[in-house]
Design a protein. Structure first.
Length: 626
């Protein structure tokens, strides 16, 4: 009986223990689910509260691309009246990528509104659902763009509106298409233009429309895109009549002199006097015009030499004269591509073309070492490309004038004469680079300089007379002078002299890579204008760009360390065999370096995780033992 009672009591105790264990597990699971639901609810509510009451975000990334800059805050703080921002966004978007871009822009608009406070009002319109909004968008020049998205196996196309209108004190700025990657710059630039009492007035001296050379199909340089970029935010007007004695208006804040050719001495005099009165000047010298289609220099078929600019006396007096040569820079060579026309297809009759790409030393991609980090124009730049650039002679600037090299070549650059034909064969280019390197005459050349200070006038006491059809037989020169008063060293000047004008020209027919179409070249143009027209806050905004991070070419590094990159042609087969053996050694070393660079961080990370795990386990064991 006693045994039976013990058995009953034991079974009852075991059943009670199992039941309590099961209840404990159930309670633990329930608590886990409740905790997870509570955390999820807190996350949703917290994010919603943060979105409504804490629009500012902290960007912890190295490049700081996702936080508003202080320059935007300074520009918005200058608002004195209400700024109305009307968005013309399509409400329902089929493309997920476009929906993310829209959400990003709307989030930035909320942050900007928080910075501006009561001085900024947001109005949202949807032209895709409202005919009234669509009519207003059309009146403002905001057109829909076609956006493609993949849904299952079908491509869906949707007409999407993605534009803005900004209104302030009776003035307006329109962004016909918003760029999510640079929206802050777009928005702040538009606000900056609205806040200013007037738009900056910019003059343009030089041909800008596309023309045919010698009645052929080889089109020459035009600057339609660059002028359109300037006209978005500024008033642009052509400067004419200088050789007839018409002075440059003092109301112009800045004058671009683009590809000057055979300017009359009176025109050079008027440019000088404009600077003496406090005007700002950008001179883009380019004495050779090449076409990727014809591959010949303009005028070469007529035997024309290097065309004079008419500004030699002026630029020599200022200490910034581009020489009639090209910079050959194999270290910083940029790529260019074009389509070479071929015979039409014999079956269909359609035109054909072959794609060709070369890395050409006459196209200089200016790296960080060639940019002056102290100058506002250069601090935000990353690799602008100058094409067929001319070096600026290393002249001493006049007393009291500062000359600063804004853009420079690499230390391996050479000077080469301006030729009639543009070589594009990669083997010929590489052979020439080897020959130039063997000469040992590589050096750094100035490609663009900034002159600051009281500049002297080379026309003191003898101002050139204006062109007279009856008195002057040659329309490009004159020996007559006048006794009019000539200003010299009369103001603190800012003049930029560049040895290239192709960096801001349009792409020619069949060219694959544009010139002004490069983002960095556009940035260079905008920075120049803003610096010379006192818009340095906008330059600060443009500094927010992803930093360029070069990938290491281990094989190229190994070849350079072993001295195999710049060698003359082998004199015999034995020398060639020795070079091949050393090249194989360099390749083997490069593979070892590449493997080391890849595996060392991985192994260190694993060791760190293992060490942390061991320390944690040892700590727990020590706690249990105690």
């Amino acid at each position: 009986m006693r045994w039976w009672w013990r058995h009953v009591v034991g079974n009852s105790a075991m059943s009670s223990t199992r039941s309590s264990t099961r209840n404990a597990r159930l309670n633990m699971r329930l608590n886990l689910w409740l905790t997870a639901l509570l955390l999820g609810a807190l996350l949703v509510v917290g994010n919603d509260l943060a979105r409504q009451h804490m629009p500012r975000r902290k960007d912890l990334s190295e490049d700081q691309l996702y936080a508003l800059s202080e320059a935007s805050a300074r520009i918005l703080s200058s608002l004195e009246d209400r700024l109305q921002v009307t968005t013309f966004f399509t409400g329902r978007l089929e493309s997920g990528q476009m929906a993310l871009a829209k959400a990003h822009v709307q989030g930035q608009l909320q942050e900007l509104q928080a910075l501006a406070g009561e001085h900024m009002e947001l109005v949202a319109l949807d032209p895709s659902t409202s005919s009234q909004a669509a009519t207003r968008a059309a009146q403002l020049g905001i057109q829909s763009i076609t956006q493609e998205s993949l849904q299952g196996t079908q491509i869906v196309r949707q007409a999407v509106f993605f534009g803005l209108q900004l209104q302030y004190r009776g003035r307006e700025q329109v962004l016909d298409v918003v760029d999510p990657r640079s929206f802050e710059v777009q928005f702040a630039s538009a606000v900056y233009s609205l806040v200013r009492d007037r738009r900056a007035r910019i003059g343009w001296l030089g041909d800008w429309e596309r023309k045919l050379d010698n009645a052929t199909t080889a089109t020459r340089s035009s600057y339609v895109t660059a002028r359109a970029l300037l006209e978005r935010r500024h008033s642009l007007e052509d400067v004419t009549g200088l050789k007839f004695g018409d002075a440059i208006s003092s109301d112009l804040d800045l004058v671009f002199v683009v590809r000057p050719t055979k300017l009359h001495p009176r025109a050079a005099f008027e440019l000088d006097q404009y600077v003496q009165r406090g005007g700002r000047l950008v001179i883009c010298v380019d004495q050779a015009d090449y076409s990727w289609l014809g591959l010949d220099r303009a005028g070469a078929d007529r035997g024309d030499g290097v065309l004079p600019t008419g500004l030699d006396a002026l630029l020599t007096a200022w200490g910034a004269l581009p020489t009639p040569q090209h910079v050959w820079d194999p270290l910083w060579a940029a790529q260019q591509g074009w389509l070479r026309p071929q015979a039409p297809d014999p079956e269909t009759g359609k035109p054909r073309a072959t794609r060709e790409i070369c890395e050409h030393p006459l196209l200089v991609e200016v790296r960080d070492e060639g940019l002056d980090p102290t100058h506002p124009v250069a601090t935000a730049l990353q690799r602008p490309v100058l094409s067929w650039a001319q070096p600026i002679a290393p002249l001493d600037p006049p007393p009291g004038v500062t000359r600063l090299a804004l853009l420079r070549s690499s230390e391996r650059a050479h000077r080469t004469e301006i030729g009639d034909h543009h070589v594009t064969d990669q083997e010929q280019i590489n052979s020439r680079s080897v020959i130039e390197a063997a000469s040992g005459s590589g050096r750094v050349y100035d490609l663009a300089v900034v002159l600051s200070g009281a500049l002297p006038s080379p026309f003191e006491g003898a101002a050139p007379a204006a062109y007279d059809v009856l008195l002057d037989a040659d329309p490009t020169t004159t020996k007559r002078t006048t006794t009019e008063k000539v200003l010299s060293r009369s103001s603190d000047a800012r003049v930029v002299v560049m040895g290239d004008a192709d960096w801001m020209r349009d792409a020619g027919n069949y060219e694959l890579y544009p010139f002004i179409g490069r983002r960095e070249n556009q940035l260079l143009l905008m920075n120049l204008v803003d610096w010379l027209t006192q818009g340095e806050d906008l330059i600060d905004l443009r500094r927010k760009v992803p930093q360029h991070r070069d990938l290491v070419d281990f094989e190229a590094v190994a070849l350079e360390e072993m001295g195999l990159t710049q060698l003359p042609a082998a004199s015999n087969q034995a020398e060639l065999d020795r070079r091949l053996v050393r090249a194989e050694e360099a390749t083997s070393r490069a593979r070892s370096d590449e493997a080391r660079a890849m595996w060392v961080p991985i192994l260190l990370t694993l060791a760190l995780v293992l060490g942390f795990g061991l320390a944690w386990n040892l700590g727990r064991r020590g706690g249990k033992d105690s």
